[in-house]
Each structure stands twice: as C-alpha cells, then as structure tokens.
Design a binder for this molecule. Structure first.
Ligand code: HEM
Length: 454
C-alpha cells in the first residue's frame, strides 16, 4: 500500500475511533448515569422494541435495572437517553414540564412549523394550550355526560353483536376497530353505515404499525403503517375540504370546531388540524383497545371477577326505571366494582410504558448528571408495581382497590401521567371501558369464551 493510502487509512481509523469514543462517552458536565450506549447509530433500540408479553416491567429494562440501578443511560434511535424507574425522580420530572424538561416530540413540532429561536417556547405553550383545550373540550366530562356516553354505548352494542355472530374474534384487532369507528365518527363525522370503505381497519393498521421499528421499506409493518396513514389522511382531508366549503353543515364533530378556529392563529392550518385528528386517533385507539383486550385474558384466568361484574350490573339494571334507556352519567359514576376492575387492568396493563421528555438543562440527581438536550424515558409502571403498596404485585386482584387509601393510590398509581401533561382523554378511556364492560356482562354470558386470546 502506498504511503498516501496508509495515511488515509490511519486518519480514517483515528476519526472512527474518536467518533466511537464520543458515542460511548457522550459529553456530560458531571457523572452521567451508568449504562451502555449500545451499537453505533441504533443504540439499544432493538432491545427496547422487543414486545413485552408479561405483566411485569419490560424484560430489557428489568435486566438493565438489575445491572446498573433504577436510573441508567442508553441510546434510542441515535439519541442519548436516560431511563428512570426511580419513583422519586419520576415524580419530580413529571412536575418539571417547561422548567427542566419538555415533551420530546416537540422536536418534530419545531421542524413542521418552523419554530426556531426565541419564538419557540412561546409557540410551544400556545400549541399545547390549544391541543389540550380541544381534547378536554371534546372528550371531557361535560361532553361525555351530555353527548358521548350514548354514542359509545351504541357503538359497543353494534360491534359486540357482530362479534357474537362470528366464530372467533381477535380481541385486540376487533376492539381497535371498534374504538376507531367511534373515534372517526366523533372526530370527523365518518358514517360507517353509509360508507363502503374499511376506515376502522385502516386506522387500526396505522396505529399498530406506529409502534413498530421505523423502517420504511416494502414488507415491513412500518411501511404498511405509512400507506395506511396516507389513505387515512386522504379521507380526513376530503372531509375537511367539504366542511370548509360548507361550514354551515354542522355534524357535531371535532371538525366543526376546528374549521371555525382555522387560521385564527398562525399554527392553525389545515395540516395542523389533520395532525391533531391523526394524533387523537392514535391516542384513543391504541390505549383503549390494549386495555380492553388485556381484560379478556385476565377475565379468562379469573372468572370470579366476571361474576362480581355481573352482580354489579344486574343491580344497576334492576334499579333502572326504564330498562331500555341508555346508560346515564350517574349510573356510570355508581360502578364501584367496575372501576376497581379498570384500575387493576390499568395497573397491570402498562398501556403507556414510558413517558418521554427532553431535558432543557443539566439535571443533577443522586450524584449523577443528566445532560441538557438528552431524552428521558420515565417508566411510570414501577410505581404501579411497588411491592410496598401492592401486595402480590403481579396478581390480578381488583378487590385490592377496596382497601387502598386514595391518598396513597394517587401517589402510586399514575397510568394517565401527571402534572400539566396529564392525559386529556382519561375520562373518555375510563368511561369507554366501563360502558364496554356494562354491555358485555349485562347482555352476554360465558364472556371469557367469547374471544380467541392469543
Ligand atoms: C387507557 C387509556 C390511556 C392511557 C393509559 C393514557 C396515558 C397517558 C399518559 C401516561 C399521558 C401523559 C404523557 C406525557 O406526560 O407525556 C397521556 C397524555 C395524553 N393523552 Fe392519554 N392515555 C389514555 C387514553 C387517551 C385517550 C382516549 C385520549 C384521547 C383523547 C388521550 C389523549 C391524551 C392527550 C391529548 C395527552 C397529552 C396531554 C398533554 O400533553 O397535555 N389519551 N396519556
């Protein structure tokens, strides 16, 4: 090899070694939490994306905690990250929104809306206020009480009737389809009885693929997800255009309000409204269907829980004057056993396995420094799996909720997050789940055999 060639190889080797050193030892003004940064570019993404089939912590997170402790460093899709399963740090971080941490996906907001420099923090607050306000208005207690409760009940009844006429039913797919049907009607007035497309299935496919590895090549789940997203956006955009052309034709859905707000603020564009709707579809469909599907597995293994539910709903129906009338808000609020079941499914379900944030400044904790600009995954489920509060922690036992002090529960049970970013769809999720259980146990028997559980 010529001397020039040798020089080039040496320089390249030095540069690669330096880069690898920096990859493995990212800059930190202190001692960063222990942990491996994984492979170049992909970090430990694959280990984290392995599905968790148990009710316990994710196997990768469990293994690393055993090795390094409850706060550790890693790398996810090329971004350095700290994962924390430390309840004290988790509670602290959840309360630090806008001060020491901010939502991680706001990187994407910045790119999409061109929010740079000084305008950004203000704009982020404005956008968050609008999105949160819209969701709370649309899916909050008032609207559930006055409008959505009977709509949920009708959707559940129609779908469950269809399932009961099928041989076997895939619990996750069918519940996702059912929630998608409700969400699409409520958000953009999609009428399933009149339309011939399978938008429920498209939405369910899109949502499922979003949680896969983001490799956009034919044959992958993610590729199909992107195709479903295109299809979905086409349908929603067409509805949006129709509504903009005839704003007086109100349907009582989210689009009515969105079209009214259009262009009243710099970020309220057609594309933004489209992304809020797609975001709401994701938030609604994946979370509710995961919880309901898991409940079937747990019911099959614990039939006494179904008996307790049947007893509660039999009494509810006996006390009702008009047996044919839809479920009322007061009836929903009176369902104590049902709420204990829902809490217990959410406790074990790990529906939102991690809350993501980005650090705005260096954060010092227990002698470690989490550098500014790093991502943080707050593993909230460690709270729900605290053996000091939840005896026999992996056991599905809704009765435990009878004896738990509400104050202790509020500090140790946060399936919907906390602080200023607490879930805006919590009441919708709980009421959907409760109505689902109501229809199931009051109109069907042998419920544990209704579904094929895979
Ligand atoms: C079992 C069901 C659900 C669970 C376990 C759940 C969980 C969560 C969690 C943990 C957060 C906090 C995320 C963070 O701090 O970054 C969150 C936020 C959020 N959730 Fe849910 N969620 C559920 C259902 C829903 C539904 C049905 C909707 C639909 C409207 C929804 C809409 C939202 C929104 C908009 C936020 C962001 C709030 C904000 O940033 O102000 N969620 N959810």
């Amino acid at each position: 090899m010529s001397q020039v060639g040798l020089c080039v190889v040496s320089v390249v080797t030095i540069l690669i070694s330096q880069w690898l050193y920096k990859w493995r030892n990212p800059k930190c003004n202190g001692v960063r939490p222990p942990g491996s940064m994984g492979l170049p570019f992909i970090g430990e993404t694959f280990q984290l994306l392995i599905p968790n089939y148990s009710l316990d912590l994710h196997p990768f997170i469990k293994k690393i905690i055993e090795k390094y402790g409850k706060v550790f460093s890693t790398n996810l899709v090329g971004r350095p990250m700290v994962i924390t399963a430390d309840p004290k740090l988790n509670n602290y971080l959840i309360q630090q929104e806008g001060r020491e941490v901010e939502l991680w996906y706001l990187d994407t907001f910045q790119k999409v809306f061109g929010l740079e420099g000084e305008a950004r923090p203000n704009a982020v607050v404005q956008i968050h206020k609008y999105v949160r306000g819209s969701y709370l208005n649309f899916f909050g207690v008032d609207r559930l009480r006055t409008k959505l409760l009977p709509e949920i009940e009708t959707t559940v009844r129609i779908n469950m009737h269809r399932w009961s006429t099928q041989g076997t039913t895939d619990a996750k797919k069918e519940t996702a389809n059912m929630v998608a049907i409700f969400a699409a009607k409520t958000l953009f007035g999609h009428d399933f009885e009149k339309s011939s497309d399978d938008i429920g299935i498209t939405i369910a496919g899109f949502v499922e693929g979003l949680l896969s590895f983001p490799l956009n090549i034919p044959g992958t789940k993610f590729y199909k997800c992107m195709k479903d997203k295109d299809k979905l956006e086409k349908v929603i955009r067409a509805k949006l255009k129709e509504r903009i052309a005839c704003p007086e034709e109100k349907k009582g859905d989210f689009l009515d309000q969105a079209v009214k707000d259009l262009n009243t603020d710099f970020f309220l564009t057609e594309n933004f409204i489209l992304s809020i709707i797609v975001g709401a579809l994701f938030a609604t469909v994946e979370s509710i269907s995961t919880a309901i599907a898991l409940s079937f597995k747990l019911f099959a293994e614990h039939p006494w829980v179904v008996e307790d539910l049947v007893a509660e709903h039999d009494i509810l129906l006996k006390n009702r004057e008009n047996k044919e009338s839809p479920l009322t808000w007061d009836e929903y609020k009176s369902m104590t056993v049902t709420m204990h079941v829902i809490n217990e499914v959410l406790r074990l379900g790990n529906v939102a396995p991690g809350i993501l944030r980005k650090t705005l400044k260096d954060i010092n904790y227990n002698g470690y420094t989490i550098p500014a600009g790093w991502a943080i995954m707050i593993v909230n489920s460690t709270l729900q799996l605290n053996p000091d509060v939840f005896k026999d922690l992996l056991k599905f036992n809704p009765k435990r909720w009878k004896d738990i002090d509400p104050q202790i529960a509020s500090k140790n049970f946060m399936p919907f997050g906390g602080g200023t970013r607490q879930c805006a769809g919590a009441e919708l999720a709980k009421s959907f789940f409760a109505i689902f259980l109501h229809v199931l146990v009051s109109e069907y028997r042998c419920v544990s055999h209704l579904f094929h559980i895979s």
